[in-house]
Design a protein around this ligand. Sequence first.
Ligand code: C2O
Ligand code: CU
Length: 507
Amino acid sequence: AKIRRYKWEVKYEYKSPDCVKKLVITINGRTPGPTIVAEQNDTIIVELKNRLLTENVAIHWHGIRQIGTPWFDGTEGVTQCPILPGETFTYEFVVDRPGTYLYHAHYGMQREAGLYGSIRVSSKEPEPFAYDYDKSIILNDWYHKSTYEQAAGLSSVPFQWVGEPQSLLLNGKGRFNCSLLTTPSTNVASVCNATNPECSPYTLIVIPGKTYRLRISSLTALSALSFQIESHNMTVVEADGHYVEPFVVQNLFIYSGETYSVLIKADQDPSRNYWATTNVVSRNATTPPGQAIKARKGFIVPPPPTAERMIVFLNTQNTVNGQYRWSVNNVSFNLPHTPYLIALKDNLLHAFDQTPPPNGYDFKNYNIYNVATNTNVTTSSGIYRLQFNSTVDIILQNANTMTVNNSETHPWHLHGHDFWVLGYGEGKFDIYNDPKKFNLVNPIMKNTVPVHKYGWTAFRFQADNPGAWAFHCHIESHFYMGMGVVFAEGIEKLGALPSAIKGCVHR
Ligand code: C2O
Ligand code: CU
């Protein structure tokens, strides 16, 4: 295995990803940042220098389990203190499995400012499919308002929603129609320039007859996307780092935090160009292909047949002192200042609420089709402590938002683990009957899974990775508004924490 070293400088710069000039966060002058290309079992060392001048930073390696290095998960408030302006912090971890992964800021809403990129880990073993070329395509949505304006709106009374994005980006490039910029006093030409090369579309030049593996991932702030290539079918072969039974699609539906590999064959008329496009799928879109995905024969890791614990997470929208919040079992999550990993290891009991949040909700009486009546839920920094090595079932239960007859899809992402997706359903999860229908034969493993409108999603995982791990909705504004929880397990198994993560803790 190799050691791969990167030196990154993170700073604000003016860029025009969709032809509109905006302050964005770059890594070595680029957004998205450089793609990390490695082989299974390589060690990645990223020496990160924070040149944001007045802003902290932390970078999360999305999909990398950080076995033995929970302190390098990059989640501010959970696994590390933030990296202060001017500071350098070195991440060091092993990419132990082949697959398609991501990295992105995990501090405030910085991901949306452009601080993200792809990780591609090649396999040491022969793969169950063949291709000639391997490319990464990262999808994102893009707002013209700064993350600060957005965060301020979200925390205001009355609430100001961030709204739909202005553009969609494919490998950091999009195209906003400059004539739609209407701010009267601005000189439009200086802000929006359709001929700026920074927004010229990403082009993939293909050789006729060759097969391409495209690693498609989404890091949208909000949108659920569909991706397609004109006149070409795509064969899905991998999801979140796991091989799947191949299936063919024309449109790939993808939620924020998910990754897929598709194979395409350049077998159409070579004298013309084909557009690869992405678009927002209505948040009313029905059944995504995710439900049909099965683990690839020969690569199935069977789930344990039973679980020791089941936690049901009711997803609701509520208010707290007039502010709009998202909550889980009527608790809206607050990130503490002292990272949980440090607080747990060093027994700093004052650092977070010691009362664990609830294991479920009142499923007999609660009507998921109504606006929640509890308009003043509690906020808490309490966590779920899991028995080390135990098997845990999580049921995500969706419900109505604060708007009558409205429910939203939430893509939930688990740090530090993969999980088996055991089932999906509509309406209220039936604790007695639905588990009988779980797929225990060939469930796909993932790290991000959607829970659909008024539906439920069930998954199982093994709490076998000592550390403190975030589990949250990957919609940037939803996590900011409290849609997350933290699991902790096996803390006693950990050796001394590196002092580099402890900058904000004073005793
Ligand atoms: Cu990609 Cu905690 O998220
Ligand atoms: Cu959400």
